[in-house]
Design a binder for this molecule. Structure first.
Ligand code: ADP
Length: 530
């Protein structure tokens, strides 16, 4: 039976748990892959936003380069007063533009400057300082200048920031400007980055960020920072990139509220919880199915055992009866003594048959709730004494030390004499069957709190702790070799239990393997109404 149950367990695991486990593992792995994809999409989106901020600032710088380019062309055609006005108006149009310069080449000794009115460089004394600064700048960035010339020759006006900050922290952007006469000149734009970020970039950043992101622009030392959301700390940005036109500055972005990692983590955690919950429910379901199947298999097994036990029990007395009846019929029993022996065997076996049939009928009546009880005030000592006397001779004959110790002062109790006798006979029968070696049976009556009891004790094989829970179940028989060889239906103790339930009493079983058993039938000492 164990093999069948194990097989069913394995099949259940194979068809339900394994696929579920594969599914769960697959879900969990694809989950993290999905999350990675989502994270990548988010990160690409943030990257795209940073790119657009950069693109915008470069577009602005390019448009300024075009304006300066055009202005320089115009300036060649007008007088000094007019050119002064045009330059001023350019500075007015382009906030944060601090000035621009034009040099013929990196070796140019006298560079032309156009500076925003308030700059100190206006004074002649400062011209030399500025001239030297730009000359150094050009020399240090000669490679950039060469590259810009190459672009120009290819037809592009490329703007490049140079890694240099001159007085007042102005950043320099350079491009090559073609004059109307056809010569190419190096043109530089001086921009105040902080002002550029506040006045030019911030409206655009606000527009892009809306309420979903915080976009920050900050310099390397973080002594300047602009954030699209007030009171934001730019050190918390999730992704950052250099600002193309001002290499000392960076633009960063983060999500408002939880970070992408938080969102992804939340999703992963809730998905894992959900899947684990489903798996648990599945396991619980499989366990319940397994338990029910196991129970069904056990019942099927118990029933088939019962049928074979009962058939065996019936066949033995029947074959003995028919054999001895035939012998007598054929006149083969020669002496009177032999005849008497055969008659007594036939009568004994007929009794045994009757008892088995009675047990089965009794049990089925009890199980169907159709057994009628006749309760009467009775002396338990006397009821048990009758049973003892009936059995005493037979038991002593088969070698049992059989004793009865009635208790004094036992109050009379309300019982069905026939049913109680039957229960005690079942217990004596069992004590006989399961005491192969030490043949000692003791019956005691007594009082225990509010219960009057009769205790049937043997020194037989005993019952293991595990089996004690089951012996009162119908058809149950302990699966030991001795019990297997002993005849029985597995109904005796179930009947005892039914009888005790009908009396509102209980059975207390105490037993130890190899030492013996005690079955104590306990009847409540209260007046019972019929
Ligand atoms: P059975 O017809 O098999 O005796 P019972 O319902 O009377 O059926 O008993 C159930 C099982 O309990 C028995 O098969 C036996 O294994 C165990 N059992 C009952 N009484 C005793 C006892 N006195 N000593 C040892 N085992 C017992």
């Amino acid at each position: 039976m164990n093999k069948t149950v194990k097989k069913i367990g394995l099949i259940l695991i194979a068809i339900i748990i394994l696929p579920a486990a594969f599914f769960t593992i697959n879900e969990l792995t694809s989950l993290s892959e999905n999350e990675k994809v989502i994270e990548k999409i988010y990160s690409d989106q943030l990257e795209a936003i940073l790119f657009s901020v950069n693109q915008y600032s470069e577009d602005v710088a390019s448009s300024w380069a075009i304006k300066i380019d055009d202005l320089l062309d115009e300036l060649a055609k007008v007088d000094e007063i007019q050119s002064g006005r045009m330059v001023d108006s350019l500075f007015n149009d382009l906030p944060s533009l601090q000035g621009f310069f034009v040099a013929d080449s990196i070796l140019d000794e006298k560079i032309d400057f156009f500076l925003f009115g308030e700059l100190e460089y206006n004074k002649n004394a400062d011209y030399d300082t500025l001239n030297t600064a730009i000359k150094n700048l050009l020399k240090e960035n000669s490679q950039v200048v060469t590259r810009l010339f190459t672009y120009k020759r290819a037809g592009y006006r490329k703007i490049e920031p140079v890694n240099y900050e001159i007085k007042n922290q102005n950043s320099v952007l350079m491009f090559i400007d073609a004059t109307p006469s056809g010569t190419n000149k190096i043109t530089g734009i001086l921009i105040n980055p902080n002002e550029f970020i506040y006045r030019i970039l911030s409206p655009k950043i606000q527009e892009i960020a809306e309420m979903e992101f915080v976009i920050s622009v900050f310099n390397r030392d973080r002594n300047f920072q602009y954030n699209s959301t007030k009171d934001y700390d730019s050190t918390k940005v999730q992704q950052e990139r250099p600002l193309w036109i001002f290499p000392n500055y960076k633009v960063g972005i983060s999500l408002v509220g939880s970070t992408i990692e938080d969102l992804v983590k939340d999703r992963v955690v809730s998905n894992i919880i959900l899947i684990s919950l489903l798996t648990l429910i599945l396991i619980a379901g499989v366990y319940i199915v397994y338990r029910n199947v196991k129970r069904e298999v056990e019942i099927a097994q118990i029933k088939s055992d019962f049928i074979s036990n009962v058939s065996h029990e019936l066949r033995t007395p029947l074959s003995l009866i028919s054999m001895f009846a035939e012998t007598l019929e054929m006149g083969r029993a020669k002496t009177e003594e032999k005849k008497r022996e055969y008659y007594s065997i036939i009568s004994r076996e007929a009794n045994r048959l009757g008892r088995i049939v009675n047990t089965i009928l009794n049990f089925s009546k009890m199980e169907a709730g159709k057994r009628k009880y006749h309760f009467e005030e009775n002396d338990l000592n006397i009821v048990i004494a009758k049973v003892f006397e009936n059995y005493s001779f037979h038991l002593k004959n088969i070698g049992f030390d059989f004793n009865y110790y009635p208790s004094e002062n036992l109050p009379s109790i309300n019982i069905d004499e026939e049913a109680v006798s039957e229960a005690v006979i079942n217990l004596i029968d069992n004590a006989v069957k399961y005491s192969p070696d030490k043949k000692q049976i003791e019956i005691k009556t007594g009082i225990d709190n509010t219960f009057a009891y009769v205790d049937v004790m043997d020194k037989g094989i005993g019952i293991s702790h595990e089996d004690q829970r089951n012996v009162f179940d119908k058809f149950f028989r302990v699966s030991s070799a001795l019990v297997h060889d002993t005849k029985g239906t597995g109904l005796g103790l179930s009947i005892v239990k039914y009888v005790m339930d009908a009396h509102g009493g209980k059975v207390r079983l105490r037993s130890k393997v190899g030492a013996g058993s005690s079955f104590k039938l306990m009847f409540p000492v209260i007046n019972r109404k019929n």
